[in-house]
Each structure stands twice: as structure tokens, then as C-alpha cells.
Design a protein around this ligand. Structure first.
Ligand SMILES: *Cc1c(COP(=O)(O)O)cnc(C)c1O
Length: 386
């Protein structure tokens, strides 16, 4: 039997375009090659403009977790009072990173499926002399999108002295962001909605946060120290650590694809596809973990229907064999549903195939629904019959 192509429908890595992959296989250029230097410099300018960043985009090899650490290490030390908000697993990871750093930290936690609100954050920040606040734009364990624009507007109006840091790993490139809303540091990594391979992250840092870094003097870190990278990121002829030349060329191609689609269209498409997939999965009885009004455009957590005899691991194995690789749930939701990524450059074929494989797997695992019920929703939506 011909094996079924397996789509990577997890919240990163995501399916990557062939033109991007080709860059990885091209001859390795020296990081001192003028062609590479120009390409790198141009990419950094494009990255800054995508987020409307008035400072520097640090493009450094290392996964999203490195960016979490880099973002905080450069703007906070033991003297800072930091508020870390968590909407789930990755927010909790940030709490543990800040705890390890010995920061004077307070936490604000939302129930899974919900987000901390601007009112709650405002109230917390009003209680003490905070210097930094951290939130997660899209929480990957719950599929919750934080109301970032409202949150940033609140920060700008009520707490202008507090630096506002956003973990945008599961959002950046798929969800609207504009740092002029009032965001000081925003970061993501390349294997999520930027639709490239794993291995690098981008930490956009605005002028206010750069000023704070300068005031801090020397810090303990070296590889992730802004001060070491600023010369490189402002003049790519300079050297600190060897840049990941092929990954950078690949990301340049990913960004070209993003800009060719147009950011506004890209963000609209992500919302539209998320809505369609949610409707399709609801049509066959799956429930959505994230509360209405807080559902992310980039990924969803679907909870198994009550009437489905569930063996979670078996379901995901069948799903993979049918052609969609989906992820397990985290925390208390482990075993109760699955996580599906729908970010990046998913075309209509991938969307239909992705949902079709999930539907086939659910039916063969005992869910009693009419085959095609979920697909019909997708088809109607993609044919513009909504
Ligand atoms: C994936 C993810 C991370 C961690 O990124 P890695 O590349 O796996 O280190 C951090 N935060 C969020 C919100 C994520 O989705």
C-alpha cells in the first residue's frame, strides 16, 4: 500500500514550503560573504517592519525557549519587580525561568481556557512598583489568544513606566501585532507561524527596552546578551557568534512568502481558517477548550466528544496513519483531547486533508457520525458558501 502523506498539524513545527527547504540544502556561504551580509541585513529590516519595531530585531540561533530567557535576561535583574501572567503551560514555563533567575516575581494565573484580562493586570500592577510585565500572546496548551491590543493599550495608558514583554511564539506571523500598541519586547521562533524550520528565534526589542539594557551595565550572560549582538544586528558585517547562514536564507524565503501574501491577508486568512476548522470539529461533536472570544487563529485544542470511546494515544496514532499528525494535550487535559496547529502556509488541499484525516480517525475509533459531516463544513466555507 502507498503510505499516506503525513501532514504535521501540531502547533509547530508546521509544514514548510519547498522553496524554503531548498535554501537549507544550498551551498553554505561564509558569514563574511557580501551576498550573505546583504541578505541578512535586509531580512532584519523586514523583520523589524513586520512588527513595526522601533528598535532591533535580534535573530539568533536557538529555540523559542532561548528567546524567553533572552527577553527577560536583558531587561530585568534581582532589583526588578516582575509580574508574570500565565494562561497555561508556557506561561508557567516563563514563571519557572524568572524564578530560576532570582527575580522578585509575582504571578497572575488564568484558569485554563481563559486569559488574564487587562483589568486584572492593571489591578495587580497598581499594587506595587513593578518594572516589567510578561504575558503570552497565544498559549499553546489551551489555544487561548490574549486580547493583546487592549492589554497593550492599558499598559500604555495606566503603566507607562512598566516594560511590557510578550511571548509571541505561537502567534507572531499568524496574528496581528504592532509594537507601537505599547509592546516593548515581542518574540517568536521560526518553526511556528513564520513557517520555517526549527532552530532560530527573533526577539524584537523596542527603544525603551534597549535603553533599559544599557542602564543595566554588564549582565552575566554572553551568548544571549543584547550588548554582544547589537553591533551584529545593526551591521551584519560584524561578528559575535557565527550566524546560522542557511537557516537565515531559509527564513528570508519564508518572509518573502509572507510579504507576498500580505500581512493583512495572512492574519485574516488565519482567523477565517481557525473559525472554519472549529465549526467543522464542532459539527462532529468535539468541544473547544478555549472560551468563545479567546480562540486563537493559530491553533486549537479539541476535546473528545462525550459519546466517543476514548483511547487518546490510540486515536492520535490512527490520526497520524490517516495523514494528520496532531499533538497530545498538556496538564489536566492530557488524554481528554488533542492539540491541532493551523498556522503557517496551509493551502486548501492541506486544510481539507488535515480535517479529513482527523474525521476518518475519529470514525474508525468509534465516533458515530456521518462521514463527511466535518468536511462538509470545510467545503462550504472554502467554496465561499457562508
Ligand atoms: C512553542 C512555544 C514555546 C517554546 O518554543 P521552543 O521553540 O519549543 O523552545 C514558548 N512559548 C510558546 C507560547 C510556545 O508555543
Amino acid at each position: 500500500m502507498i503510505p499516506t502523506k503525513r501532514l504535521v498539524m501540531i502547533p509547530g513545527p508546521v509544514p514548510v514550503s519547498q522553496s524554503v527547504l531548498s535554501k537549507l540544502g544550498s551551498e553554505v556561504k561564509a558569514h563574511t560573504d557580501p551576498e550573505f551580509i546583504a541578505e541578512f541585513q535586509q531580512l532584519l529590516a523586514e523583520l523589524r517592519s513586520i512588527m513595526n519595531c522601533d528598535g532591533i530585531a535580534f535573530l539568533v540561533a536557538g529555540s523559542g525557549t532561548m528567546a524567553m530567557e533572552m527577553a527577560i535576561a536583558n531587561i530585568a535583574n534581582e532589583k526588578d519587580k516582575v509580574l508574570v501572567c500565565s494562561n497555561g503551560h508556557f506561561g508557567d514555563r516563563y514563571i519557572s525561568i524568572c524564578k530560576n533567575r532570582g527575580l522578585d516575581m509575582t504571578t497572575l494565573e488564568a484558569e485554563w481556557g481563559m486569559s488574564v484580562t487587562p483589568e486584572e493586570v492593571d489591578r495587580k500592577l497598581s499594587e506595587g512598583k513593578y518594572t516589567v510585565a510578561v504575558v503570552t500572546h497565544v498559549e499553546t496548551s489551551t489555544g487561548v489568544e490574549l486580547p493583546l491590543k487592549e492589554m497593550a493599550a492599558m499598559m500604555k495608558e495606566k503603566h507607562p513606566e512598566v516594560l511590557f514583554v510578550v511571548d509571541g511564539v505561537a502567534a507572531g506571523g499568524g496574528v496581528e501585532v504592532d509594537m507601537s500598541w505599547g509592546i516593548d519586547v515581542y518574540f517568536t521562533c521560526t518553526q511556528k507561524a513564520f513557517c520555517c524550520v526549527p532552530g532560530m528565534s527573533v526577539t524584537w526589542t523596542g527603544s525603551r527596552a534597549l535603553k533599559k539594557r544599557e542602564e543595566m551595565g554588564s549582565i552575566r550572560e554572553s551568548y544571549i546578551d543584547y550588548a554582544r549582538w547589537i553591533p551584529v544586528m545593526t551591521d551584519t558585517r560584524k561578528y559575535w557568534g557565527t550566524p546560522a547562514v542557511n537557516n537565515i536564507s531559509a527564513l528570508k524565503e519564508s518572509v518573502r512568502i509572507m510579504l507576498e501574501e500580505g500581512l493583512e491577508e495572512r492574519y485574516r486568512r488565519h482567523r477565517e481558517h481557525a473559525r472554519l476548522i472549529a465549526e467543522a470539529m464542532s459539527a462532529i461533536g468535539f468541544r473547544i477548550l478555549a472560551k468563545e472570544g479567546y480562540r486563537s487563529p493559530t491553533l486549537s485544542i479539541f476535546l473528545y466528544p462525550e459519546n466517543m470511546p476514548v483511547d487518546d494515544a490510540a486515536f492520535r496514532a490512527v490520526c497520524a496513519a490517516e495523514g494528520s499528525l496532531v499533538a497530545a494535550c498538556l496538564g489536566d487535559y492530557a488524554g481528554k483531547g488533542f492539540r491541532m496547529g493551523h498556522m503557517g502556509n496551509l493551502d486548501k488541499h492541506m486544510l481539507i486533508s488535515g480535517v479529513a484525516a482527523i474525521e476518518r480517525a475519529a470514525i474508525s475509533c468509534g465516533l458515530d457520525v456521518e462521514p463527511g459531516a466535518a468536511l462538509a463544513v470545510m467545503q462550504r466555507g472554502l467554496a465561499g458558501k457562508y
